[in-house]
Write a new protein. Structure first.
Length: 285
């Protein structure tokens, strides 16, 4: 599933290539999606003559803005944008934005877990319930904001919680944008076992996480994110950060920490694989 760096990579590329263009039309290709498109509102926001103003990121979601309105896009597990053909569509291309200069932008999603939610107050009545159900918490600290993370991590609702530290890092109501890959990479870098209860994480480790998470994410953004499975950037090329992973996906490989002779292991937490070094990241119970 694309995480903050992968979504930011799309936002940067879309903003650079499409901001300022005028829409010609929006075309929908599939009605049988898990989360159907809010067609009436999207036809208004991307109506002929509307100006595509910007693409940005909110947590792990994209925000596409025209001079008419804005839409949040969740990429789900396999969603992606790509420069589309004006005359031929891909097998899993669900919607296409056509511009008046002949360019086209497609959205494909083979596994169909992605969704588009209208951000403004003019959504059709039938679309309001779904929008509310997937609304992000406005109180969540962005993963690239060190001071915001520090406030969250040192709050009593975190330091007094019996939840695992990894669970908290991935809770989008608290921290917007951090998923499995980057939570595990950050925990390795500060030497905290992913299953450690929050009550057992020392304050100094929370302070370190508040600094390490943004630094890690900014580095991943600079490398275009991590291409683990289906993720590709706007023009189809892979991200490069997967070559810099220290633990994720490295089960059975030697720990890369200096002077450590441990081996990376994998366990399952909440249905997801957690990778860590049992020597560098000892479990505190």
């Amino acid at each position: 599933m694309p995480e903050l760096p992968e979504v930011q990579s799309f936002a940067n590329a879309l903003d650079a290539q499409y901001a300022g263009k005028r829409l010609a039309r929006i075309v929908f290709h599939r009605p049988d999606l898990r989360f159907p498109f809010p067609r009436l509102s999207l036809e208004r926001i991307f109506r002929p003559g509307a100006r595509f103003e910007s693409a940005s990121r909110v947590g792990k979601q994209l925000l596409l803005t025209t001079n008419v309105g804005a839409v949040r896009v969740s990429l789900g597990m396999s969603g992606a944008f790509f420069p589309a053909s004006a005359h031929e569509r891909r097998k899993h291309e669900h919607v296409t934005l056509h511009f008046d200069d002949g360019a086209a932008l497609g959205f494909e999603d083979p596994r169909r877990f992605g969704f588009w939610v209208v951000e403004d107050a003019h959504a059709a009545p039938s679309e309001v319930g779904f929008a509310a159900a997937v609304q992000l918490s406005h109180d969540a600290a962005d993963g690239t904001d060190s001071e915001g993370l520090r406030c969250v991590f040192l709050s009593s609702k975190v330091t007094g919680s019996r939840r695992s530290v990894k669970d908290v890092l991935m809770d989008q109501r608290l921290v917007a944008g951090v998923g499995n890959i980057y939570a595990l990479e950050a925990l390795f870098r500060v030497g905290v076992h992913p299953a450690t209860p929050c009550t057992r994480v020392p304050r100094v480790k929370w302070e370190s996480l508040a600094l390490e998470v943004p630094k890690l994410l900014e580095t991943a953004i600079a490398h275009g994110g991590s291409s683990i499975s289906t993720y590709r950037r706007l023009h189809g090329d892979e991200g490069g950060f997967q070559t810099l992973h220290l633990v994720y996906g490295r089960e059975g490989a030697p720990c890369l920490a200096p002077k450590c002779h441990g081996v990376v292991v994998r366990m399952v937490q909440g249905g997801r694989g957690s990778f860590f070094c049992p020597c560098c990241q000892r479990l505190r119970r």
